[in-house]
Design a protein around this ligand. Structure first.
Ligand SMILES: Nc1ncnc2c1ncn2[C@@H]1O[C@H](COP(=O)(O)OP(=O)(O)OP(=O)(O)O)[C@@H](O)[C@H]1O
Ligand SMILES: [Mg+2]
Length: 297
């Protein structure tokens, strides 16, 4: 069978996780455990897609000298990485300071900011069934016109476009109105409930869904261990149950959800069946440390 591929576009990040061994002291040293992990929402989604057995291309940008390291990490999960290098900007980096239950994230988008939509070639789209994008690319890499042009090319190639808004903080920085305007022509929007609330200006989940299908024909709203809502314009919404698990690490749950959903869409599932597969993949992700699938050696 000639199943089409997923093309995932966006962030390549080095996550630096800092766990201080005591209260952080200013103006002197605080002992800490500091580990580095390859991350980034787009890369994590791609890695889960590869792990699920889907054919997947990841398009992204890193600092000079880092393409091979990131491509190798992605290849281990079955992803074909198409990474360009920026001569002046470093690889995007997020320092995550863990303090009990809270996490403070300090983000340098680095080379992600100069990813060009033209890196998503027509040759890649020719083999694609789904193009997945995230809101992070909108904050610097792509103008709204860039995004519209890319989505138009995908559409012309018969490719479905999914979009994860990504971060309430960045949506607020970008401006809710402008963000909404960018969503024209996206096929499936994948917000979590907080992002959905911010984008719709509504609070109640059904009202959020009703408002968002005004911008985008299909919306799938996640909410941690609560159920998922699948809303399609002109149709009754469908709730998909989530079996709550004791999360080892919720990092990347949303990205794994997207991967499960996209993989199912590629195999011809409808959106509700695909949301079930999203829940299944995310349920595995929350029981593993880190944002990518744990690979057996
Ligand atoms: N504790 C949990 N038990 C089972 N499934 C969970 C749990 N937490 C999250 N999930 C699954 O992960 C999906 C996505 O979670 P969530 O809504 O938190 O995404 P998110 O906020 O986008 O996460 P991320 O920080 O990865 O972007 C949920 O719809 C659910 O299927
Ligand atoms: Mg998310």
């Amino acid at each position: 069978m000639n199943t089409r591929r997923a093309v995932v576009v966006g962030d390549v990040i080095d996550d630096i996780i800092v766990v201080p061994r005591g209260p952080i002291r200013t103006d002197t040293d605080t002992a800490a455990s500091i580990t580095r992990h390859p991350g980034g929402s787009a890369c994590n989604t791609a890695a889960w897609l590869g792990w699920l057995g889907a054919g997947v291309d990841l398009v992204g940008r890193v600092g000079t000298g880092d393409a091979e390291r990131h491509a190798d990490a992605l290849r281990a999960s079955g992803v074909d990485a198409h990474l360009s290098e920026d001569a002046t900007l470093p690889t995007g980096t997020i320092v995550i300071v863990v303090d009990g239950e809270t996490r403070t994230m300090l983000t340098d988008r680095g080379a992600n900011a100069t990813l060009s939509v033209n890196a998503v070639t027509d040759a890649l789209l020719a083999h694609a069934g789904v193009l997945h994008l995230t809101g992070y690319s909108l904050f610097d890499a792509f103008t709204r016109d860039d995004l519209h042009a890319l989505v138009a090319r995908a559409r012309a190639a018969g490719v479905l476009v999914t979009f994860d808004p990504g971060s309430t903080g960045f949506i607020a920085d970008y401006g809710v109105e402008s963000f909404r305007a960018a969503l024209a022509d996206i096929d499936v929007l994948l917000p979590n409930l907080d992002e959905g609330r911010l984008l719709s200006g509504e609070h109640d989940r059904d009202a959020v869904a009703a408002a968002l299908v005004g911008y985008c024909p299909a919306v799938v709203i996640t909410g941690g261990s609560s159920s998922v809502l699948v809303a399609r314009r002109g149709e009754q919404s469908v709730e998909v149950a989530v079996e709550a698990r004791a999360a080892v690490d919720p990092t990347g749950a949303g990205d794994a959800f997207t991967a499960g959903l996209v993989a199912a869409l590629l195999s011809g599932a409808d959106l509700v069946a695909a949301a079930h597969e999203g829940v299944r993949a995310a349920g595995i992700a929350v029981t593993q440390p880190g944002g990518r699938p744990v690979l057996s050696r």
